[in-house]
Write a new protein. Structure first.
Lengths: 422, 422
């Protein structure tokens, strides 16, 4: 089988070298040769010896090369990448891509073109790097009705929250973000990661393959971690929780929840043990129960591992539907106001009698009951109240919060963090 | 596609009901009907409505039924199960089995018959219940050279060790074993689980698919947990470790290590978080790095989930080699005396001057250096010494231990537990 690689950055060079180093072992697994017919890249990569490789500076040459059976798209972005992939498909080539944005935003169009052309599109590397989560859900758990998927699917945010949570750290988001940037774990413009957009792309794909619904990035609720304070980390810890940035897709009775946001997770849960830049996806399903998949979510090796798994799947033959379902069900995505969960609230109040009673009264009027409460010693006349609520409809919670914030004894906006109900 | 189920015990009934409840969703995934043609069982199962099912008391009738494309073997054991599977294969039927002993002991013969007959044998449920670990290694990590596999792959032993490790528990192995038996987590004769034979069956399979070597149960080193004492748990904890019963397959420079034994695992490792009857397999590989797969290792639902995944794989078409390799490499299994790792040692000594010096001298003569040491207050004239060693060849360690035990100041056998080096 003849492959063409487009893009020779971190992942592309990782794949090139993986194919070099593991060629014999891979061919022992697939029983046929894997030939690298061509590499399309803007510039050579210092880690790759391209002396015996057919290299072109025009990636579209790869898409049009009759000696390429499988085009591996590793250039990233959505515009040129989409044109490239569509061109390759129209030339009857299978596609392997690590491009989460491409699949999340244009997957429908790409899959439909591929189906017409009789080729397949593989994207294991698009979600959670080296963890074979797409395969595990589409195939390993295919006998189950999936109930929910909850994942730590962005290494940058997990690194920042982990560092903020180190014992005695008391570090601010901004402080740790700077460190993450210095270490290369966060981009100069970190918006894409810390505001949850990257995680939302991945969750879009996970939801589609878990529930057999269309890719629906635009309906996702997305909230980042930039508002999480050292106080939130500390109070959550006191209550027995850590704060993780989760992507959650959950089939509730009322519809499909699709949400990316900081979440309080009980400290003894497996997801709470996933630290640093590591990723993990937990899947709740009717027969297998809860299973979890853990590993590196990014980097040359892990991403190349998943790209290579896709190449091997194609070489071994067999084809399954792009999202794992022959027909997709209507989405029916629940608006975030309609979800039900427990909430963590933190607010500053004037240190005077009756304030707690006022807050309690407002909450109770909105059917919010209190599960746990911390009131911290006043400093400079102010006190902080932290509340853990029982499960309640989010719209009720938001109404209660807006009423609380308008109370004159309340001196801050209310920090609200959802609590995991999985 | 028409399936026949042989065996309607816990897993069989779980599969029967899973097919009933998820039929529509499964057919949406495979694009064709899954028809249950026949069930072969000694007796009906109270949880299954068999009123519209073709039931036979003769399982071989299923193996000979021309209306069955896939025989699902869930009767367990190795003798009749092997005859049944071989008969079905000779009749051109694909096989799905949850039978770890059958694959570990007779897999070679079964696979070879299947290859000749042009059918395939699937066994996802044979290892780690509901966790799709066979698929993850054979396909998801196929681009990697696997370096090691380490798994908590027996729920009974993990339950017992978890209970013994509860804070302040101080319970003995025998005490917790009785509880496990009362809860149905351990058999009346618990040998198979607590002495590691079940885990060794599973590790045999994991090693074959990870390294592409023949199934080689007889070469496995197997040690159970019955010698682990409350003191061991307590001292390990003091040193920063917990004790887990691991199956480890590891490619070292000298050969393939295949070993099942209690192991000290650092408390902050992911495998240390796997408690109760849960299972997890961690895989170390050259590109993806360390990935872990976690879930329920037994039970009707989880096992049926993996059986169903195999059925779905067959229905979707495509076939890969039984162990994931078109040709198997020679095994080259390392004798346990030739592995290198760190060791935990616990021994009773007479409480008198010079004993520790004697022990240290013996260790140093065998090139064993001490990494950490605990000496506990004497009680009734005896003291306990606990030693954590640096990495050393096991044969050296064993020689040192035998010399230590012959020292007259040493009042007990030496408890030796290997320390994880992964």
């Amino acid at each position: 089988m003849r492959i063409g690689i487009c893009g020779l950055g971190t992942v592309g060079s990782g794949l090139f070298n993986l194919l070099e180093s593991n060629r014999a072992e891979i061919e022992r697994k697939v029983g046929r040769d894997i030939i690298l017919s061509q590499v399309g890249c803007r510039r050579d990569h210092p880690d790759c010896d391209l002396s015996s490789t057919n290299v072109t500076r025009d990636i579209f040459e790869v898409a049009n090369n009759p000696d390429v059976d499988v085009l591996v798209e590793l250039i990233g972005g959505t515009d040129v990448a989409k044109d490239l992939v569509m061109q390759a498909i129209s030339n009857g080539k299978h596609i392997v891509t690590a491009n989460k944005a491409l699949i999340a935003l244009h997957g429908d169009e790409v899959f439909s073109a591929a189906e017409q052309a009789g080729v397949s599109v593989h994207y294991e590397a698009a979600v959670a790097g080296g963890i074979p989560i797409v395969k595990s859900i589409r195939e390993g758990l295919a006998g189950n009705t999936i109930e929910w998927v909850a994942g730590i699917i962005n290494g940058t945010t997990n690194f920042i929250l982990t560092e903020m949570s180190r014992e005695g750290s008391n570090r601010s988001f901004d402080d740790v973000l700077s460190e993450a940037q210095a270490l290369g774990y966060a981009e100069a413009d970190p918006t894409f990661d810390v505001e949850g957009i990257d995680a939302a792309h991945k969750l879009t794909i996970l939801a589609a393959i878990a529930f057999g619904v269309p890719l629906n990035f635009s309906a996702m609720y997305t909230e980042g971690i930039s508002a999480i304070s050292a106080d939130d980390i500390k109070f959550a810890d006191e209550l027995g929780y850590c704060i993780k940035h989760l992507g959650i897709a959950r089939q509730s009775g009322d519809g499909l929840e699709l949400r990316v946001h900081p979440t309080l997770v009980e400290k003894d849960q497996m997801l709470a043990q996933v630290n640093g830049v590591m990723n993990a996806v937990m899947v709740g399903s009717d027969a297998a129960g809860s299973t979890m998949y853990y590993g590196a979510g990014a980097g040359a090796g892990p991403t190349a591992s998943s790209v290579m798994a896709d190449i091997i799947d194609i070489a071994r033959g067999g084809k399954l539907p792009d999202l794992g379902f022959v027909s997709l069900a209507p989405t029916g995505i629940l608006a975030i106001e309609k979800i039900r969960c427990s909430y963590y609230l933190r607010l500053g109040v004037v240190d005077q009698a009756g304030v707690m009673a006022n807050v309690s009264t407002i909450l109770s009027r909105h059917r919010v009951s209190i599960e746990a409460l911390i009131q911290k010693d006043a400093r400079r006349g102010d006190a902080q109240i932290v509340i853990l609520t029982d499960e309640v409809l989010e719209s009720e919670m938001l109404d209660a919060i807006s009423e609380i914030e308008s109370n004159e004894a309340v001196t801050s906006k209310v920090s609200m963090i959802r609590v995991s109900n999985l």
